[in-house]
Design a protein around this ligand. Structure first.
Ligand code: AMP
Length: 364
């Protein structure tokens, strides 16, 4: 069985690593010559919209999936005419545009921060009188890891913020005074079976995820599962999905969803009975989904911009290192490490040590 993946970055690499024990082969389409998954399968090198390469991918793969949500929806639709493509193209369309995505949340009764469409500086000024200060201006498309975003703390910030988004279509949303950020990851198979992972509690800095910790028996689990179920069912979804949420006053508010495996679920590799990567493959191949039970306490720490030495990372008790095979440069996610242990005390100590190591090499 051959799985095609649009994109050959670290997420594709981790999906392939999870697929080898199941006897799966992989073929990637990616424009970058040295894409980091390319040692794990065949690499079709070229543009995502190249019709010749897409036709080859569709012909050679039994099923096609993707590792990022900015795959042009027409590409997914073209592939779907020739082979099975999961998750569905509709999920891509929604996740690519914050305005469309937020309206979809509201249609499903999922709370999201108050927001308004902004196509001009005048729109922004008008929206601010409704939303109040502080607020965040975000481009509708192409934004990730805090890119294309500007925090508005006073009237004086509006004009410069509008320059930052370069006049691109945008939304402005109320700043949520959250007590914490969490995400839920779920998998839904072709035949409609669903599994949910324990919540991840996430720490961001500069809009980029730094640490994600598994939260077994979290009081917000049921509400997160309810919102996730609404999304999965409405989209007749297949594959792994992540939903990022803010917690305020014991209620969850949806920030965004990702129709793919997610950085906040990397702890599942060592910290859950079945990893998100394996369950993504099981879901799209309509295999029985694996148990998502957390194994002790687990967390993941990202290395951004720089790498620790393998020796330093592995010297930390219960730490597992995942190098992506990418050369470090500013702002680039190049590795992560997970910690898994039964001991709460040891867990805290190891996470702190890893976070310190990540800070020392950080170049974000
Ligand atoms: P995003 O790219 O929308 O996921 O935003 C990146 C990070 O910015 C989030 O994980 C939050 O830490 C922060 N953020 C985004 N939107 C809001 C908001 N409306 N209120 C407070 N913080 C936010």
């Amino acid at each position: 069985m051959k799985v095609g993946i649009l994109g050959a970055g670290q997420l594709a690499r981790m999906i392939a690593l999870a697929g080898y024990p199941l006897g799966l082969d992989f073929i990637f389409l990616d424009p970058s010559v040295d894409a980091c998954a390319n040692k794990l399968g065949e690499h079709l090198h070229g543009d995502y919209s190249d019709p010749v390469l897409l036709a080859e991918l569709a012909r050679r793969a039994d099923v096609v999936t993707y590792e990022f949500e900015n795959v042009p929806a027409p590409v997914a639709k073209f592939l779907a005419e020739h082979t099975r493509v999961y998750p569905p193209a509709r999920a891509l369309e929604l996740a690519q545009d914050r305005w469309v995505e937020k309206n979809f949340f509201l249609e499903l009764g999922i709370p999201t921060p108050q927001f308004a469409l902004v196509d001009s500086l005048e729109d922004l000024e008008q929206a601010m009188s409704m939303l109040g200060i502080p607020a965040i201006l975000k481009t509708r498309t192409q934004g990730y890891d805090g890119k294309g975003q500007s925090l508005l703390k006073s009237e004086a910030d509006l004009k410069p913020a509008w320059v930052v988004v370069q006049g691109l279509p945008a939304i402005v949303e109320a700043f949520v005074p959250f007590t914490r950020e969490v995400s839920i990851i779920a998998a839904r198979s072709v035949s409609g079976s669903v599994v949910f992972y324990p919540l991840s509690e996430n720490l961001h800095k500069g809009g980029i995820l730094r640490i994600a910790e598994s939260r077994a028996n979290d009081p917000m689990q049921a509400q997160a599962e309810d919102y996730m179920s609404r999304l999965l069912n409405a989209l007749d979804y297949v594959g792994v999905m992540a939903l990022e949420l803010f917690e305020v006053d014991g209620e969850l508010i949806a920030n965004e969803f990702a129709p793919r495996v997610h950085n906040s679920g990397h702890w599942t590799t060592e910290g859950a009975e079945t990893s998100q990567f394996e369950n993504h493959l099981r879901a799209i191949l309509d295999l029985p989904l694996g148990a998502t039970t957390a194994l002790g306490k687990a967390a993941m720490v990202n290395f951004i911009g720089g790498l620790p030495t393998t020796k330093d990372a592995l010297a930390i008790n219960h730490a597992y290192l995942h190098l992506y095979g990418k050369s470090p440069h500013k702002g680039r996610k190049v590795a992560h490490a997970t910690v898994r242990t039964e001991s709460a005390e040891q867990f805290g100590q190891s996470v702190r040590q890893l976070a310190k190591l990540a800070e020392q090499v950080d170049d974000s």
